[in-house]
Ligand binder design. Sequence first.
Ligand code: NAD
Length: 296
Amino acid sequence: MTAQVIDGKKIAAEIRKNLAERVAANEDSPVLAVVLVGENEASKIYVRNKKKAAAEVGIICEVFEFAETIGENALLASIEELNENPHVNGIIVQLPLPKQINPLKVLSCINPQKDVDGFSPYNIGLLASKEDEAVVAATPKGILSLLKSTGVDLCGKHAVIIGRSNIVGRPVSLLLLNNDCTVTITHSKTVGLAEIVRQADVLVAACGCPKMVKKDWIKPGAIIIDVGINRLEDGKLCGDVDFEKVSEVASYITPVPGGVGPMTVAMLLENTLEAAQKQKNSNKHHHCHCGKCHHN
Ligand code: NAD
């Protein structure tokens, strides 16, 4: 068998085109506020890319830059201001943050309705309790979208996730569980990783170990989603999966680059548009979630 390559670049381009049309159909452009603290070079590049991608679909992206030395309270106060600002639909805080700032406090401070990264404990909690209104983080959401693009029914499939980080491994595990997969989460302390991966109908590799997943770890016909982005000595990028060899046994596989990566930004933009639309609707109608009253 030779695996079919899941073209994340193409799928993401279609999603962005669709987003651009939906944004154009609205009166107001959604506004995404990006909070950037300090001088992390990688963070600056990510923010620049997000801004460019947002502009392409008609989303306004405003970057709020703060000095590396900013105190926690000052940063929290600025986020509160963005929470209160009716003009702002989405707020993301570029991680990592400087040492003096507790990221959990900062993420907890973001209004859950504006938390378009889906990293706040509130949205993670909604995802963990299988609530449809959870804002799902961009990378996991992109992974699900790539899986769905294959047309394969996920129900009952054994999904093995390599990695348990807050931004990929954990949320993607919850999302696949909510989509009726049987989920096994593995990590750096897992014993017998290859043996577990051999049972996977769906494998999501998100550990940041170049080409770690080998051909003989793969159940024939498995679907492989490679989240890893690793830079090799020759400057080339590669994933966590040995793409060439694994392609010989898998049914579907994502390439690196051009797989999960392009989906992540597209999903952030989709979350921003959806947040803007929800806010617009809830301004029109009073929405009460008390469970007792029936106002709408
Ligand atoms: P992380 O470093 O926060 O977490 C890595 C996880 O992998 C940990 O839970 C760890 O326990 C596990 N792990 C590490 N070594 C392992 C091993 N040998 N065997 C099994 N498990 C192991 O990383 P992250 O932020 O979750 O990112 C993972 C990878 O995905 C990185 O390469 C990152 O660059 C990439 N990434 C890509 C995107 C994208 O949009 N494509 C988004 C986020 C992260």
